[in-house]
Design a protein around this ligand. Structure first.
Ligand SMILES: NC(=O)C1=CN([C@@H]2O[C@H](COP(=O)(O)OP(=O)(O)OC[C@H]3O[C@@H](n4cnc5c(N)ncnc54)[C@H](O)[C@@H]3O)[C@@H](O)[C@H]2O)C=CC1
Ligand SMILES: N[C@@H](CC=O)C(=O)O
Length: 353
């Protein structure tokens, strides 16, 4: 049985949810997946950092109500978040990057990934910045250092779309996609349909753990823009940069726009899409669209996301599932670790034989 020592960078909703899963499910994973996870280091801007080479107790990490700089009170702890030392020096196999997504330049998360990969550590991340802005560089670094860079949760949280497409749609010739790719804005639009005002709906999405640290990224479409870039680059072989994707969010939609749509048997949805043009170029966009109720994406509600992949050989293939949520996103990290474990232990090859 394998034990993976891990470092958590960022200890917010997602990495706390992963810690909770570790506290409750390690024995199940040992039996069913063939590994356990051992948290050896944690670093968080607010709490500080801590390293314990033998491992930290996951239950204690979750239950202790640490104040600002609180890791400083732990043995091996410091009130400052020394990410660089933790990432480069902690004796871990996997760095779990779940700090905030910076839609402008992806930092400091890109540096976190770079440090880890250069130190010969696998990276699993739900952070969209490094994937949308620096995937090529980080994949090359991973390859050069014989480690993995995995990021299933960067699009549609724990709902498998990147790995599903890579593993099961090879040769289907994906020509484009359109989807609902932000849980917060979809949740907000639904709550506004029920009469709630915009600000209260955003506050609810924050309380439920769906929203970004700065929810402007959700409601102005910046988060979807990163996801469009990731999907286009991964599934269509594009080389898009965020600034090349046109972007409009939902913040200008008023209650009367929402009512008018309902009266016309339709609904506003924030749609991210990309298409391969006749000349081979790829165009991406993010914009609110008024969809008739019978449209397949019109019935996707709350923090659920959905993406319809337009393929040459299969027609339209739609994947739907949670697009945000702490535990749902922590599951994406687990699925990345399972992918690493299977690749390293050769169990997929054995299954296929
Ligand atoms: N919550 C969700 O539903 C989903 C989140 N994501 C992404 O996962 C990541 C984590 O999300 P959440 O946990 O919900 O965010 P969060 O805001 O709850 O937690 C982020 C944590 O990172 C810490 N942090 C910020 N900058 C840091 C730095 N430079 N060094 C160390 N720690 C730092 C903050 O103190 C905070 O505790 C984000 O990038 C987010 O975009 C992706 C898919 C879904
Ligand atoms: N804030 C994002 C979280 C997942 O990426 C969302 O609401 O979809």
């Amino acid at each position: 049985m394998k034990i993976y020592n891990i470092a958590l960078i960022g200890f917010g909703g997602v990495n706390r949810a992963l810690t909770e899963l570790i506290a409750t499910k390690n024995s199940l994973w040992e039996r069913d997946l063939g590994f356990r996870l051992n948290i050896v280091a944690v670093s968080d801007l607010y709490l500080g950092s801590v390293i314990s080479p033998n491992g930290l107790d996951a239950k204690t990490l979750i239950e202790a109500n640490f104040a600002k700089g609180g890791f400083g009170r732990l043995s091996g702890g410091s009130a400052e978040a020394d990410n660089e030392t933790i990432i480069k020096s902690a004796p871990v196999d996997i760095v779990v990057e779940a700090t905030f997504t910076n839609p402008k330049d992806g930092e400091p998360a890109i540096s976190h990934c770079r440090w880890a990969l250069k130190s010969g550590k696998h990276v699993v991340t739900t952070n969209k910045g490094p994937v949308a802005i620096a995937a090529q560089e980080l994949k090359a670094l991973a390859k050069a250092n014989n480690v993995h860079f995995e990021y299933e949760g960067s699009v549609m949280s724990g709902t498998p779309v990147l790995r599903m497409a890579e593993k099961t749609l090879s040769g289907a010739e994906i020509k484009g996609f359109e989807g609902i790719l932000n849980g917060t804005s979809n949740f907000v639009l639904g709550r506004m349909e029920n009469g709630l005002d915009f600000a209260s709906a955003v506050a609810e999405a924050q309380a439920l753990g769906f929203a970004e640290a700065d929810p402007t990224a959700d409601v102005e479409g910046l988060d979807v823009r990163l996801k469009v870039v990731i999907l286009a680059n991964e599934l269509l072989g594009a080389n898009l940069k965020p600034e090349e994707v046109s972007c409009e969010g939902i913040s200008k939609l008023s209650p009367s726009d929402i009512d008018a749509a309902a009266k016309a048997n339709s609904r506003w949805k924030l749609i991210g899409s990309a298409v391969r043009n006749a000349d081979g170029t790829i165009t991406g966009s993010v914009a609110p669209k008024q969809l008739p109720l019978e449209h397949p994406l019109a019935g996707v509600n709350g923090a659920t996301n959905a993406v319809s992949l337009n393929t040459e050989l299969l027609g339209s293939v739609t994947v739907t599932g949670p697009g945000a949520g702490r535990t749902e996103t922590a599951y994406a990290l687990l699925s990345d670790i399972v992918a690493i474990h299977n690749a390293r232990s050769g169990s997929l090859a054995k299954d296929a034989a």
